[in-house]
Design a protein around this ligand. Structure first.
Ligand SMILES: *Cc1c(COP(=O)(O)O)cnc(C)c1O
Length: 385
């Protein structure tokens, strides 16, 4: 561990990432990666991973007897892949409740593996109709797995996972939820939220580095999955779980330095506290809305269905509007903004992830306003209707 003084003396440039992850990290997390070389097969390293696995379960308030976490070396999409290919029994079907880009990704994973599935689509700017979800479960008794995305990061929409999970369980299916963009930000209670499996990667809510992803889920269901078809080698949940349980290690080479950073990030997570951290993200989110409103930007979704973490703003109807130019102006000044992910509407996104606070957002809006002026875009921005 480096001392505060040493870290400060390095004067690492602080960029404000308003993209939906990786997020802005603290210098202490960055520097936690700089460690003496170690072979990850040493007992010292395995001991560190044991604590880390438990803490990942504790973040979603899971009972350590009933829930466990399994780590993978990869980005967040790997977890969706792992859960879908590993947790579907033979001759059963997956139901994907799809109202956004990340659930569409889950559908694509089913397609790639040739998994029987139903792609139950809803508009990307609306909550899913739970009556249709129930009718689908009722009409298809072979559905063994229901999957959705907690927070559709492409729009900022928050799905009603507790209600969907209750329906899944009522019809005897397990419920897997992509919580990549809510985990360690919005408080989640795995059991009360009716989740069997959730997932994330270290570079989003945890504010650590890229390269470590993890699934938190029901131990008995993982053990049961041992008898399901093996559809992947590297991405099989049971195989990785079993190796961890027997040896305390990851089956294949772990992302060593990222794990050190994650350990430090977890320390900082628990020091800040779940409620205080969520309150900070909330005030950052409110400051984003406020700043956009002052400049006249409209947001894509009604606020009631937003996650509180991502704001999608509509492109103004101005002949001089040019996202790339506005982006570059901000980027050169240390602020990263991000394009939207909606095929039918032009949007850009500002996100409340990471080690940032309200003052960073205020500083950003000064720069954004200057970017608009520098490009001859009218302020407040204009829309046709
Ligand atoms: C970021 C994210 C992912 C993972 O994306 P990667 O590029 O693979 O890290 C998955 N689901 C959601 C909802 C996300 O926001």
């Amino acid at each position: 561990m480096y001392s505060q003084e040493t870290i400060q003396s390095l004067n690492i440039k602080r960029n404000i990432l308003l993209n939906p992850g990786p997020s802005t990290t603290t210098d202490t997390v960055k520097m936690a990666q700089v460690v003496p070389d170690i072979c990850p097969r040493e007992a010292e390293f395995a001991g560190m991973m044991k604590d880390l696995r438990q803490q990942l379960v504790q973040i979603v308030h899971g009972d350590l007897e009933k829930y466990t976490s399994v780590l993978f070396c990869g980005s967040g999409t790997m977890n969706i892949d792992v859960c879908l290919n590993s947790l579907l029994p033979k001759d059963k079907k997956a139901l994907i409740i799809n109202n956004g880009a990340y659930s569409t990704r889950a559908v694509e994973i089913c397609e790639y593996y040739g998994l029987p599935h139903i792609d139950l689509r809803f508009p990307v700017n609306e909550l899913p109709d739970l009556r249709i979800v129930e009718q689908t479960l009722e009409a298809n008794p072979d559905i063994a797995l229901v999957h959705t995305t907690h927070h559709e990061t492409g729009t900022g929409l928050l799905n009603p996972i507790r209600e969907i999970g209750a329906l899944a369980h009522q019809y005897g299916a397990i419920f897997t939820v992509d919580t990549t963009s809510t985990y360690a930000m919005r408080p989640i209670h795995i059991e009360e939220d009716q989740i069997d499996f959730c997932m994330a990667s270290a570079q989003k809510g945890l504010m650590a580095m890229t390269g470590l992803s993890f699934v938190v889920g029901n131990r008995a269901a993982i053990e049961q999955s041992r008898f399901y078809p093996k559809r992947s080698y590297y991405c099989n949940l049971y195989l990785q779980y079993d190796f961890f349980e027997r040896t305390g290690e990851m089956h294949f080479t772990p992302p060593v330095q990222t794990i050190y950073a994650t350990r430090q990030a977890l320390k900082e997570y628990f020091a800040e506290g779940e409620q205080a951290k969520w309150a900070r993200h909330t005030r950052v989110f409110e400051a984003i809305h406020e700043g956009l409103a002052v400049l006249g930007f409209k947001s894509y979704l009604p606020k009631e269905i937003q996650s509180g973490l991502v704001v999608s703003a509509l492109y103004p109807d101005d002949p001089n509007w040019n996202f790339a130019k506005v982006h570059d102006y901000c980027y050169q000044r240390g602020f990263t903004i991000y394009p939207g992910k909606i095929s039918t509407t032009n949007t850009f996104r500002l996100c409340a992830l990471g080690a940032i606070d309200v003052q960073d957002i205020r500083d950003f809006f000064v720069v954004l306003e200057a970017a608009l002026c520098a490009n001859g875009i009218a302020v407040p921005v204009q829309y046709k209707e």
